[in-house]
Design a protein around this ligand. Structure first.
Ligand code: ADP
Ligand code: MG
Length: 497
């Protein structure tokens, strides 16, 4: 009996010891798990660092590439495309003009009535339609016929007061946000389709010619007076209401910028010098890259596995299509190496692009004390339930690192443009204002990103200049801008003068 008791006591003691060991072991595992997770986070943070000195190097590199791209065709990763827009709207334009905005899954048809000097936009109206997926991969005739038919409907329904005077043809600005090699303000050939469009028979085709033929087939009597992309449209739209707009930046699914350049500073321009002496340049800045960009292992992997490896590196660090995907890749590493989401890696976390930037933005902006939104997003999108507050805080911290790097690099890009324009140092007298017209879903909706971008640029410029640089959200400026460019490049302009 005694023996047994002793034995039981021994067994009991051993069990207590074992349980204690398990607890200690568990705590150790837990603490080493967090140690590993924090190490991954800190390393990522370190590699993503964008201290002011680094941003200035990025800005300088942007300026250098701008010069190279302007010097010769193919001289830089930056295409610095000549847009033939040498006449931005002045505000004096008058009459009824149309625009067609095609650049994603939706397209819009607009009509604006301009009141002439100080008259502003008297009237504007638009219709929006989505492109049926079958037409995105069909023939160019089918796609352009569909667009022209929508335009025909829009025109057929309009009130008589918008009709053109006798003998005058309607004029249209076409915002076509795909790569185009432009040959004049209203002509150019399609270089390639992107964003899910795949229309092989249209490559190298004359985009305005195709639209014009389709409009004829659908009985629309309209002339395409300007062919632009969304950055150029946004620049023109912004300029109409704010004289000092000199730069436009789009931060949406992708990113791009346009600005006003002196023709003398464009060695590769061999055409006549326009009256204004200026030309809008479409930078195609998404393709910028530099050894100063803080690239991490996650960026390299994302790029390698992308549809266009080695291209659009700046876009892949800054724009809406990619920010959520970078975050997913870091979370996957944290899951695999530190097991913060449990012993098994959540399978959903392995799906590329499952975590979208709007969801990342929602988590980043979660102000609830228990980070409820973060918990919900992790559950709904990644099927990770019962996360601890500590885990959710880690996720927010990662959102912040990814968004901050993107926003600060975008700020450095803008600084590069301002340097190229000679607007990065205070002028004597100091009255020069530079307005930057901004648009795109990322800029519009991701407040932390937007604030960080704007504040970073002001910090980089210093106090004296900060107040003379103004960001304006040019909401849907690209459509209106195209109509305005049709007006400022109207074939009837000479008659008016
Ligand atoms: P596009 O660039 O395709 O012409 P938009 O300018 O509307 O279209 O931008 C859409 C992109 O903006 C989305 O792909 C997404 O990345 C980003 N976006 C949209 N909403 C949000 C949001 N709430 N937070 C962060 N990013 C967003
Ligand atoms: Mg767009």
């Amino acid at each position: 009996m005694k023996k047994v008791t002793v034995g039981a006591a021994v067994v009991g003691a051993a069990a207590v010891c074992a349980v204690a060991a398990l607890i200690v072991n568990h705590r150790m595992r837990k603490s080493s798990k967090w140690g590993r997770a924090m190490a991954i986070l800190r390393e990522f943070e370190e590699k993503c660092k964008t201290q002011d000195a680094k941003l200035k190097q990025v800005a300088d590199a942007m300026t250098v590439e701008m010069h190279a791209g302007l010097a010769s065709e193919g001289g830089s990763k930056l295409k610095m495309l000549i847009t033939y827009v040498d006449n931005l709207p002045t505000g004096d334009e008058a009459g009824v003009f149309y625009a067609l905005d095609l650049g994603g899954t939706n397209f819009r048809v607009l009509r604006v009535q301009l009141g002439g000097k100080d008259g502003g936009i008297i009237h504007q109206e638009f219709a929006e339609a989505s492109i049926p997926p079958s037409l995105m991969v069909g023939t160019s005739d089918a796609l352009f016929d569909y667009i022209a038919a929508e335009l025909a409907k829009f025109v057929a329904a309009e009130e008589e007061k918008f009709h053109q005077p006798p003998g005058k043809q309607r004029e249209l600005g076409f915002t076509f946000s795909f790569p185009v090699m432009q040959t004049s303000i209203n002509s150019g050939t399609i270089m390639r389709w992107t964003k899910g469009f795949s229309i092989d028979d249209a490559v190298c085709q004359d985009v305005v010619g195709e639209l014009t033929k389709a409009m004829k087939r659908k009985g629309v009597d309209m002339r395409v007076s300007a062919l632009v992309n969304d950055t150029v449209g946004t620049l023109a739209g912004g300029k109409y209401t704010q004289k000092d707009v000199a730069v436009a930046v789009i931060l949406g699914t992708g990113t791009n910028a346009a600005y006003v350049e002196r023709v003398q500073a464009i060695p590769k321009w061999h055409g006549p010098v326009p009256k204004s002496g200026e030309m809008v340049i479409n930078m195609e800045w998404g393709n910028f890259r530099s050894s100063h960009l803080p690239l991490t292992e996650y960026d390299h992997a994302l790029d390698n596995e992308s549809l266009n490896p080695g291209e659009q590196i700046f876009e892949k660090m800054t724009s809406g299509m990619y920010l959520g995907e970078i975050l997913r890749r870091v979370l996957l590493k944290v899951a695999e190496e530190a097991g913060v989401f449990g012993d098994e890696v959540p399978p959903k976390l392995k799906d590329s692009f499952v975590l979208r930037t709007p969801d990342m933005s929602a988590m980043h902006h979660d102000t609830s004390s228990d980070l409820k939104v973060v918990g919900e997003k992790l559950k709904d999108i990644l099927e990770i339930s019962n996360t601890s507050l500590k885990t959710r805080k880690l996720v927010v911290e990662l959102c912040n690192i990814v968004a901050t790097r993107g926003a600060r690099l975008a700020a450095a890009g803008v600084l590069g443009i301002l340097k190229k324009m000679g607007r990065d140092t205070p002028k004597q007298g100091g009255s020069e204002r530079t307005v930057i017209a901004m648009d795109g879903g990322l800029y519009e909706h991701y407040t932390e990103y937007r604030m960080c971008l704007e504040n970073s640029l002001k910090d980089l410029l210093g106090e004296e200049l900060a107040t003379s640089i103004v960001f304006v959200h040019s909401n849907d400026g690209s459509g209106i801008g195209a109509a305005l460019l049709a007006a400022s490049h109207s074939m009837y302009l000479e008659d008016q003068a």
